[in-house]
Design a protein around this ligand. Sequence first.
Ligand SMILES: [Zn+2]
Length: 337
Amino acid sequence: MAYFRWAPYVSVAERRRRAMKKMEALRKKGVDIQPVEIEGRTIARTFWGKGWCDHLEGFSDFENRLPRGRTYVRNGSVCHLAIGRGTIEGKVSGSELYNVTVQIKTLPAKKWNAVKQRCSGAIGSLLELLEGRLSDHVMDVVAHRKEGLFPLPGEMSFRCSCPDWAVMCKHVAAVLYGVGNRFDHRPELLFELRGVNHEELIQADAEAAVSAATQRGKAKRLDSDELADVFGIDLDAADAPKPDAGPARRKSTKKKTTKKKAAKKTAAKKTTAKKTTAKKKAAKNTTAKNTTAKKTTAKKQAAKKTTKKAAKKTKAAKKKATPAKKSRRKAVAAASQ
Ligand SMILES: [Zn+2]
C-alpha cells in the first residue's frame, strides 16, 4: 500500500514539542540556547532590526526567497540563533530540526573607516547609537545599501542541513528574519557580526574634536613663529659678519650676532607694546650690553676674556627678554583674531 511510504503528517504543535525536547537536551549539555520569540506579527520594529530586513529584501537575489521564512520565524520555528563575528548559527524546526549556518564577511577596513569619518561628530552617545536615535545623516550612512554596515549578497554564504537545500531555503530565510528581530533587542550584534567595534564611532567623534583643537593651536603658534622669522631675516642681513673675520673670532662674532638680534628684537617689541615696563627694562639692558660687545670687537687682544663675559650677558639678556617675547606673542595672537 503506497500511502504507507509517505511520512505521516506531523502538526506544527507536535514539531514544536519535539524541537523543544531537543533544545532542552542541548541546554543540559551546556549550549546557550537563544530562541527567537516574536510577539504579534511584526518581526522587527527598530531602526537596526527593520533596517536589516529592509536591506535584505531590497536585493533581487533574496526578495523571492525571503518571504518563505516569515511564517517560520513568526511561529517560533527558529529555536536557536547565535550571532558572532562573521557567523550566524541557527536551529530551525521543520519536518526535523535543521542546522543553519550563515557566513558573512567582516566589514572591510576601508568601508568601516569611511563610515566612521562620515559619522564623525554626528552621534551623541553609545546609547543613542544603539537605540537608533540617530540623525537622518547618520542613518543614511550606516544603512547605506552599498557603503553601510549591512552585508551585500556577495558577502554572504548559506548552509542548511535540510534535504531541499537550494540557494536559500525557508530555514535560512527564517534565520535571516530572526537576525532582524535579534537586532531589535541587541543592535550591537550587527557590529559584532561585521567584526567592528561600535564604540569606535563615538571615539572617532572625540578624536575628531581633539584633532580640530590641535590644528587650531598649531595654526596660532605658526603665525607668531613666522613673524619672528621675518624679524630675524631683516636683522641677519644688517648684522652679517665680515668675511675677513678670523676663525678665532668667529665664535664671538656669532654670539654677538645672536645678541644683537635679541637686542633689536627687543627694541622692536618695545615699539609694539610700550606699556610693559619690564620689557622696556630688558631692552635697555640689552642695548647696553650690545654697546659693550661692540667695544670688545675692537679690542682684539682682550677677545677671549670678553667673549666669556659676553656669553654670560647674552644668556642674561635672553632670560630677561623671555617675558617680553610672551607679551609679543599675546599681542600678535590678539591682533590676528
Ligand atoms: Zn533548509
